[in-house]
Design a protein around this ligand. Sequence first.
Ligand code: 5CA
Length: 447
Amino acid sequence: MRLTRYFLPVLKETPAEAQIVSHRLMLRAGMIKQAAAGIYSWLPLGYKVLRRIEQIVHEEQALAGHLAMLMPTIQSADLWRESGRYDAYGEEMLRIKDRSGRDMLFTPTAEELITDIFRANVSSYKDLPLTMYQIQWKFRDEIRPRFGVMRGREFLMKDGYNFDLTREDALHAYNRHLVSYLRTYERMGLQAIPMRADSGPIGGDDTHEFLVLAETGESEVFYDSQITDLKFGDREVDYDSVEQCQAVLEEFTSRYARTDETHDEAKFADVPEERRRVARGIEVGQIFYFGTKYSDALGATVQTKDGEKVPVHMGSHGIGVSRLLGAIIEASHDDKGIIWPEGVTPFHCGIVNLKQGDEEADAACEALYKALTAAGLDPLYDDRNERAGGKFATMDLIGLPWRITVGPRGLKNGVVELTSRRTGESEEMPPEAAVARIVEIYAAHRG
Ligand code: 5CA
């Protein structure tokens, strides 16, 4: 993409309404624009990151054997009356009437609708296990929408639902989701710690939230510092293996890590004092096992081998897709702007032409742009007629992890400069070497 043809409405001033750094930076970098309280338009740069995050979620869900689908945002109230949640959900649910006066609502989550699809189509144990998910907009009429996309009213969520014959099978699905989520967040450059939590309006006994540690997080968290040393890394886990998934769950949940809702001072006191941490975190996902709560209410049963009719065991599993942009920025920025992890960056690298209009500099930038594009990468070429300082400031603000700087002086010696946004370190090298380096870096980040 050439910057002169892009829509990047960066702001020079810090927007007064934004209280936390991710919200400020998303507004300043021209990624989002508020349309109403807690409701945002996604401008091209923000939408690009949102899609990168969605892509990682889709790839990791496919690996775990989960099926992508899509359910409507507007749903009939009838199903929600059947489950008893139409009244129980309270003021957070946005209720709508259609022209014939029928009660409709904007989906805050989708346990009812997916269970209805299941009961209409599945009747035998032979069709289990089954896990389907969607990435779809949700609406929750939060009392205090704030911090930009972190606590929106409209927000994008990945919500997945497992259907299993037995409690054991459903717990395996729970563990499988935990493994898959650990991989998903790490690919986004995040450490998200599973913490024992409270199940709220979704219901059920077993639930873990995934929290990214950040001072601006809305949840207070209590944990054993050893947990931050755990990395999923590139280990191989067979998703069909009950033992392997169970082992990962045990490894990642055996140390004390809880949100304030489930915190237990007495148990926390067992953690050696020097390892006890009280901090804040951003909840980027949650997994639930709730057994037959919805299948009982809606009559979703299957026939067992012996011909007996039993309710299916279910769980649901959510990732805060739009919230993740805020969480990633909270975890990765400096005073100049965003620092995107390679896994989610909107463009793979920036090309800064120090002397637009100089024949050689222009030609070198064009050649770089073509070579990177031919290698399957997506560069952003700052081809504006602006001074170098302004171009650097824009690149630093929007946070592309790598920048190639091209100027007449370097070109005389046959070199351009490759700079890391994270470390600020620069290295001079021939243009072809810079392309090769960037290709190599991203080869390691392909799914
Ligand atoms: N049905 C279940 C799992 S599919 C469910 O709704 N879970 S949830 O309530 O925990 O939401 C899943 C994730 O969505 C949360 O972990 C959080 O990251 C994100 N989320 C929830 N509310 C908001 C909000 N108001 N703004 C942005 N993200 C949100």
